[in-house]
Design a protein around this ligand. Structure first.
Ligand code: C2E
Ligand code: MG
Ligand code: MG
Length: 762
């Protein structure tokens, strides 16, 4: 009886304990479900916020694009204006027919769809008349009004002097139902506009004027930017606003363009509510469902041991998978890739065919990450991974071994396509645009290095593919390159050169030669340019075209450039102390210009050499100018404040706009020698030289022709009225002593040819 009582008591306790366990299990499951749902809500809110941020980012990007487009349109128009001004200056006594012919030659109507009228107006115009060349027959009803300083031809609208420059007039007009924007520039007989109003009136020879249709201008700027609205406002005297596109919006971007023009870009961006974004909703729903399922699993786990064992087994498999695969793309990771290569190499060692490895690297992936954020970058990597995976056969392996680096291992069974064919296919699939975050379309290219081998180890094969990849990047990206033994040697060679260059300064292997530049009328020396040379202990003389790029890539250029400038300034100061009034030009690399302390360095170098700033010209290549135009502009103005002169080197090889140049404190343009003596120096280039010289004059910038090698080239520059020249015909680069002899000896006579450059001239 007692025993029975005891048994019943135990059973009751067991049942109670079971009930207790079930209750706490249920409670834990409920808590888990609730926490999961809470986390899902937070994640969804974040997703929505991210989507909104992305949408704002995309709008900002598009708005900046629109701004850049419009800025470019306005610049193009300003360039045309400069062209008309140059025409007037070249032929002040032109007849209307000549202007019309010039207008036809420049094909302005076809090239500037926004152009309504362009005009070259004469000096001393009679009131009530206006010799305007109009295009498309409108607007003809222009007449003169007198402004504070000049007469100008205009209609009934608003005309005012530009706030920035007394020689430029911006106007917005509404005339006979046609609304247009215009700009006029005063043209003077003298190269520089006289300082006083009376002087200006005397030297004035005419106005160059253009009138453009704002609707076309804005339409062009909005091309490919559907969904944006654009407004252009001039605030000269009276406010005039021109618009294009839908202006319904919840986002606005405003920017000042040149002069008095303000651009407003409007558009619609996504809000940050969870319900505004599909993926946020999906995250919420998905997260909640998963939480509930997890809670259920926990509950069932607690109630079924067999089930638990099965789940443990699944998890173990999952862990094994994770150990060998990349979590982002699901592709093989480095460990598995190396393993596969190792096996293939082993089979090859036993008499199988050689193994091919493709090292794939995306070009410009960092930009995507920086511009659109890491989640967009991840999405891109997943897409790339999936595309590669689809492309290869089941027996081949594709893996991700780092950031944006993918590796394809081709199984050497002899049957499949060769590695180069696979590489070509990879380039083609990756070139397809990728849509990120639903609406950002990006286009990427890839570079591929291929290595094929048998009797080497895994690391070596991968390293060869990597070297080939490096070669592909250097050759201009977006291509594949197959590894060759010579690559190893070339890279070792370059590395050796870089190491030697690091020691060159300390071992006094660098020295300067100087090449004079000349005023072309009278052929007197105007300045000398310092050019660096490297006397290598075993290789002999190394040309700057070879070692300057290495110095730039490695950063050594900063030290070398500082040394060159100091050396050149000291030499110039020494010459000047001996009574030779010579100024010196020094080449400056873009890397140096980027340095925050650059201006300070120049000031210190001038100070310790005792050279006045005006005797130093810094030559900056046009290409390095274009790398970061805004930053460069700031730097150049600082240099100008210091008092040094600035020349643009190798001009014509870059794509800088003349309107941009006008904003910069530039004293001289050195027209690249390819236009003067290069293979392309005939025909078109000759015309280009004429244009560059004429426009240089309009912008009041001296022009210098580089690389004059024979009399006919010299004559062509003289015909174009180019002021300055440099080249082997006039004088070769030479050591300081020879230049000094030339400076002392010349004093206005024909230059002697020092001819001691030491660099082969072919
Ligand atoms: P650059 O500044 O345009 O210098 C003019 C180059 O043209 C010099 O070559 C000069 O020797 C060459 N040259 C002059 N007249 C003629 C000619 O009639 N025909 C031909 N074919 N060539 C002519 P160099 O000395 O080999 O310098 C090449 C470039 O290396 C320079 O071009 C400049 O960009 C760079 N460089 C030279 N020294 C320095 C330096 O100290 N610092 C930096 N950053 N770059 C330098
Ligand atoms: Mg130069
Ligand atoms: Mg040059």
């Amino acid at each position: 009886m007692e025993h029975q009582e005891g048994e019943r008591g135990t059973r009751t306790r067991v049942r109670e304990a079971d009930g207790q366990r079930l209750r706490s299990l249920a409670l834990a499951a409920l808590l888990l479900a609730l926490t999961g749902i809470g986390v899902s809500v937070a994640a969804a809110a974040r997703t929505a916020e991210n989507a909104a941020a992305r949408s704002r980012g995309a709008f900002k990007l598009a708005a900046m694009q629109a701004q850049a487009n419009l800025g470019l349109e306005v610049q193009r128009d300003t360039d045309l204006l400069a062209g008309i001004a140059a025409f007037i200056q070249e032929s002040p006594r032109y007849r209307p027919a000549e202007f019309r012919r010039w207008a036809a030659d420049t094909r302005a109507v076809a090239r500037y769809p926004e152009l309504i009228a362009m005009a070259a107006t004469e000096s001393a115009p009679r009131p009530g008349t206006c010799p305007v060349t109009t295009l498309a027959g409108q607007p003809t009803a222009m007449r003169y009004a007198t402004l504070a300083q000049h007469s100008i031809c205009h209609g009934k609208g608003v005309v005012a002097l530009s706030t920035q420059d007394p020689n430029i007039v911006d106007f917005g007009l509404s005339l006979g139902g046609i609304r247009f924007l215009g700009q006029s520039v005063a043209v003077y007989r003298t190269a520089t506009p006289p300082a006083t109003a009376a002087g200006r009136r005397r030297a004035f020879i005419g106005w160059a004027t253009i009138a453009v249709d704002p609707a076309t201008l804005l339409g062009e700027a909005r091309r490919n930017l559907a969904g944006l609205g654009l407004a252009l406002t001039t605030t000269i005297d009276r406010r005039l606003t021109f618009t294009s596109g839908t202006l319904a919006h919840n986002a606005v971007w405003r920017a000042r363009l040149a002069g008095d023009l303000t651009e407003t870009v409007t558009g619609t961006v996504q809000g940050s509510s969870i319900f505004a974004d599909g993926s946020a909703l999906a995250a919420l729903a998905g997260g909640s469902v998963v939480s509930v399922l997890l809670a259920l699993t926990l509950f069932l786990l607690g109630t079924g041991r067999a089930r638990a064992m099965r789940i443990v087994a699944d998890k173990t498999g999952e862990l094994a998978f994770h150990a060998l695969h990349d979590s982002l793309t699901g592709l093989a990771n480095r460990v598995l890739v190396m393993d596969r290569i190792g096996h293939a190499l082993a089979r090859c060692g036993r008499g199988g065919p050689p193994v091919a490895v493709l090292f794939v690297d995306l070009d410009g992936f960092k930009n995507v990450n920086d511009t659109f954020g890491h989640s967009a970058g991840d999405e891109l990597l997943r897409t790339v991974g999936a595309r590669l995976d689809r492309l290869i056969r089941d027996t081949d392996t594709v893996g991700r071994i780092g950031g944006d680096e993918f590796v394809v291992v081709l199984e050497p069974d002899g049957g499949g396509p060769g590695p180069e064919l696979v590489a070509a296919r990879v380039l083609a699939t990756l070139a397809q645009p990728v849509t990120l975050a639903g609406d950002i379309e990006v286009r990427l290219t890839a570079s591929i290095g291929i290595a094929v081998g048998c009797n080497l180890d895994t690391e070596e094969l991968l390293r060869d593919a990597d070297l080939a990849l490096y070669a592909a990047k250097r050759a201009g990206k977006s291509r594949y390159v197959v590894f060759e033994d010579a690559m190893q040697a070339a890279i070792a060679d370059r590395l050796g050169l870089e190491l030697d260059l690091g020691r060159a300064l300390d071992h006094n292997q660098l020295y300067l030669v100087y090449q004079p530049t000349f005023r072309l009328d009278g052929l007197q020396v105007s300045a000398v340019e310092a050019l660096v040379r490297w006397q290598h202990p075993t290789r002999g003389l190394v040309a700057p075209d070879v070692f300057i790029p290495i110095a730039e890539e490695s950063g050594l250029i900063l030290e070398i450039g500082r040394w060159v400038a100091a050396q050149a300034c000291m030499q110039a100061a020494a010459w000047r102390s001996r009574g030779l009034e010579i100024s010196i030009a020094v080449n400056i690399s873009g890397r140096q210009l980027d340095e925050p302390g650059f201006v300070q360095d120049v000031r210190a170098i001038l100070g310790s050499a005792g050279l006045e700033p005006a005797a130093l010209t810094l030559e900056i290549t046009e290409t390095s100018l274009m790398r970061d135009p805004e930053q460069v502009a700031v730097r150049l103005h600082e240099l100008r404040d210091l008092g040094v002169r600035i020349a643009i080197d190798d001009f014509g090889t870059g794509y800088s706009s003349l309107a941009y140049l006008r904003e910069l404190p530039v004293d001289a343009l050195k027209i690249d020698r390819s236009f003067v003596s290069g293979p392309a120096s005939s025909g078109d280039s000759a015309a280009l030289v004429n244009t560059l010289v004429a426009l240089g004059r309009t912008l009041q910038i001296e022009t210098l022709g580089e690389g004059i090698e024979d009399e006919s080239q010299l004559q062509r520059l003289l015909d174009a009225n180019c002021e300055l020249g440099q080249g082997f015909l006039l004088a070769r680069p030479a050591p300081a002593e020879q230049i000094e002899a030339l400076l002392v000896g010349s004093a206005g006579t024909e230059p002697v040819d020092p001819n001691e450059d030491g660099i082969p001239t072919s």
